[in-house]
Design a protein around this ligand. Structure first.
Ligand SMILES: [Mg+2]
Ligand SMILES: [Zn+2]
Length: 177
């Protein structure tokens, strides 16, 4: 199973959150990255969306943005998203918000045949990859050029894009399909 962060990993991260389908801009190569992930197994999104808890977007609005993202990804042959796990809560009020492991555990519960050691997480913030590392998953930290000062958590691979992460993962022994 590949667990993908959303903002900054699949689509351009905005200074304010993506509130509208029109704010959605996919990063280069993400359709191919998701297709590579789909060829290996289950593909899920794990995303913190505190803006729901703040009331900046409704959960229906968020669903519409996520549906548009999945639709745009699906334009690439073979790309597929099997499930989306959202933490809509305000920071400090739940145990699913990353870097908590709640969303990851939910994803594992719904895929009982998948072991954490056979999972990989791809995210652009240390807090995206930390829950994966805590559960024994492979972790890929996407660092954009403008943010090269950000440190990568120990044990995670540092990459420039989701596609670079997936190309690397698909070439690892035991992962190639
Ligand atoms: Mg992100
Ligand atoms: Zn939560």
């Amino acid at each position: 199973m590949v667990l993908l962060d959303r903002d900054g990993t699949l689509n351009v991260r905005r200074t304010s959150h993506v509130h509208d389908v029109h704010d959605l801009e996919l990063l280069p190569g993400v359709g191919e990255a998701v297709a590579l992930a789909a060829a290996l197994g289950r593909v899920v999104l794990v995303t913190n969306q505190q803006s729901v808890g703040r009331g900046d977007i409704t959960s229906e609005g968020l669903d519409a943005v996520n549906a548009a993202l999945v639709r745009q990804l699906s334009l690439t042959p073979g790309a597929r998203v099997d499930a989306i796990y959202v933490c809509p809560h305000l920071a400090g009020t739940c145990d699913c918000r990353k870097p908590g492991t709640g969303l990851f555990l939910q994803a594992l519960r719904e895929a009982p045949d998948v072991l954490p050691a056979h999972c990989a997480v791809i995210g652009d913030q240390p807090s995206d990859v930390e829950p994966g590392l805590a559960l024994g998953m492979l972790a890929f930290h996407v660092v954009h050029e403008a943010e090269s000062a950000v440190a990568t958590p120990a044990g995670a691979f540092r990459v420039g894009s989701a596609l670079e992460a997936m190309t690397m993962l698909a070439g690892l022994p035991g992962w190639a399909s």
